[in-house]
Design a protein around this ligand. Sequence first.
Ligand SMILES: [Zn+2]
Length: 335
Amino acid sequence: MNPEVKEQDIRPEVLLQRYLELSAEDARECFGAEPRSAVACVACGGSNGSCQFDKNGFAYVRCADCGTLFQNPRPPLAAFETFYRNSKSSRYWSDVFMPAVAEIRREKMFRPRVRRLATLCRERGIHVERLVDVGAGYGIFLDEWRAHCPATDLLAVEPSASLASVCRSKGLAVVEEIVEHVVGHDGSADLVTCFEVLEHVHTPLNFVRALARLARPGGYVCISALCIDGFDLQMLWDKSTQISPPHHINFLSVCGFETLFARAGLEEVTVATPGQLDVDIVRNAAARNPGVLAGHRFLQAVLEADGTAARFQEFLSASRLSSHAWVLGRRARSR
Ligand SMILES: [Zn+2]
């Protein structure tokens, strides 16, 4: 992320509120009659969890073994597929929200993302001849990667017909399918990327296994996702606007990411939290609702002054205590 990025830039308040209202309506209308089944921890597979809160009729459980927060009991996969294909909040996200913020996100999120990833690849000695981006959306990340590294062979995996068509209009090769159903590209990528999708998926283990399958033996998988160990999620908990069912149902801990990647057959797993927004998110939440920081006198003092707030954000990012995580793992050479 760019240090100058603010929550308001990428999630304007008015648009976000409308999106959250529609999400709450969809939660009732698309899932109200759906059966629920208990699932094991989506990260470590453990069954030692306790219910934390209920939001929009979706209960969230915290895994006592790895600290991951996940929606449980869970509606069936088919209900989520119907919801993403045809729901008010999903259409609002793709037709109104994203178009309104696409260009500012390009500048403040996607370009810094490409720079960070290119640096990471250089540091780790990852030579990227072929890159597959899963959940490519509007194709902005791949567009920016192409501007940075024009020689890379790129493939977008994007299940939404309208977004796949946007990717094609940018000259990108596209597989219009969910990653679990992609065929013909196994073992082909030096690097598989997937930004901010894991929060949404029904069965994270199957999903990360599908990402790993696309990587060549010795190739890499890099994802970004929300991390429950992060400052704003820990402070705001059930009041966090990021916990927005039916959309966001998985919030893995650092330990949860490491365990999930290992279960999916990935090695040399590293987790970093380069997020820049935790402090801004908590300050904004406190401006709307002073109760958020009630009793936290020390934090109030730290967050009040811009200088200490900025240094505190740097501390969070460097200490794996930001809610925006990057996870990198390598597919075993022998598989
Ligand atoms: Zn767990």
